[in-house]
Ligand binder design. Structure first.
Ligand SMILES: *Cc1c(COP(=O)(O)O)cnc(C)c1O
Length: 371
């Protein structure tokens, strides 16, 4: 971890400190309010729950500290992605999406942008720069892409996009601001599903948009206020609490994933393992250059659908669940969700369990299917 990352992590639990008055609670109070006391000219104060809320302000302050950029919070990752599209695009625009990224982003463009006259093309993450960005208003990168874990050179994509007047958006869900810093690499916008590792406890959906461009932030926040796609204060409060431990959780998960990926790769039951932290991975050199950590997701293929199901369902320290980034290790056979992968393809999200115990459980379940 770099010195700036360490000082960012150290300051995170103390962000409210300078604003506390004597007797104020140290933990964040939860403000459940649709209306606020607003006599006379109420500008500059909270007025109505669709415009602002002190609990959002606190979680946005934390996210802004982590991203080193203004942030707007949303009730889910998809709400954040929708806000970027609907606030910035107009009829006649052309956009470029990853063909191997989170499938709902493509579904959103196909089903709801196309009818408004926005054209959408797709390219694989590993060759996203091939063909350049001429004619595009917006290019959208997910790196590492979920679930195949290919990566894209974000700095090169930003440079190429800017040359053609396109905006570069990066979905940083799989990495969090501790694992990868797309805005520092030149991206214009970060979107993230804080539903995953940022909150980390699998009990809430949440998302955010980060940008250092004031016009973009104004447009996205105007979209939220007008469309009404606002986060609930209680969800914001939970994410605020989750973010306080992101640094320790993410550190443990990434360190464990490095150990587990190496051992999985050597196991006879496993093929086509992808983890950007392994020297043998096609993404490794680029990952070393652009990522702060290698993440906690590992993907691999087992011999069949049944073997993959048995491996997941019979591992004592693994939850069979979609989503990822929780404190508990979880895994999913992604063909089930319609991803274009083999029936035995597994996406594993390494959790916070002590690594040797976790490995013993994983190895026992693998031995069981290869016996
Ligand atoms: C989960 C996810 C999303 C969507 O987040 P929700 O909170 O489920 O709306 C977007 N992008 C990626 C990469 C994701 O993994």
């Amino acid at each position: 971890m770099s010195e700036t990352a360490r000082s960012r992590a150290a300051a995170l639990p103390h962000l409210r400190r300078s604003r506390l008055a004597k007797g104020d609670p140290i933990p964040l109070p939860l403000t459940m309010a649709a209306i606020f006391h607003a006599p006379g000219d109420a500008t500059g104060f909270n007025q109505y729950g669709r415009f602002s809320n002190p609990t959002w302000d606190a979680v946005e302050h934390m996210l802004a500290h982590l991203e080193d950029a203004p942030c707007i919070a949303f009730p889910s990752g998809m709400a954040a992605i929708s806000a970027v599209f609907f606030a910035l695009l107009k009829s006649g625009d052309r956009i470029l999406l990853p063909s191997d990224g989170y499938h709902t982003t493509r579904a959103l463009a196909e089903r709801f942008l196309k009818p408004f006259g926005v054209t959408c093309d797709v390219r694989p993450t590993s060759t996203f720069l091939d063909g350049g960005f001429e004619g595009y208003r917006l290019a959208f990168v997910e790196s590492p892409a979920n679930p195949g874990l290919d990566i894209c050179d974000i700095a090169a994509a930003a440079e190429a996009a800017h040359k053609e007047g396109a905006v570069l958006v990066v979905d940083n869900t799989t990495m969090t601001p501790f694992g990868q810093r797309p805005l520092d690499l030149g991206a214009d916008i970060v979107v993230a599903a804080d539903t995953k590792a940022a909150n980390g406890h699998s009990d809430v959906l949440f998302g955010h948009v980060a940008s250092r461009d004031a016009e973009i932030i104004t447009a996205v926040s105007g979209w939220r206020e007008t469309s009404g796609g606002i986060p609930g204060p209680f969800e914001a409060w939970l994410v605020h609490r989750g973010l306080e431990t992101l640094d320790v959780r993410f550190d443990r998960m990434c360190s464990s994933a490095e150990v587990i990926a190496r051992r999985l790769k050597a196991h006879r039951a496993i093929s086509s393992l992808r983890f950007p932290g392994l020297e043998s991975d096609p993404s490794h050199n680029l990952a070393r250059a652009q990522m702060e950590r290698f993440g906690f997701l590992i993907s691999f293929v087992l011999a069949s659908e049944d073997k993959a199901e048995d491996f997941i369902n019979n591992c004592a320290l693994m939850q069979a669940a979609t989503s990822f980034g929780g404190v508990h290790t979880s895994a999913e056979r992604r063909a089930k969700r319609g991803d274009a992968v083999l029936p035995g393809f597994v996406r594993l999200s390494v959790g916070c369990e002590p690594v040797e115990e976790l490995w013993r459980a994983i190895e026992a379940s693998l031995d069981n299917i290869s016996a």
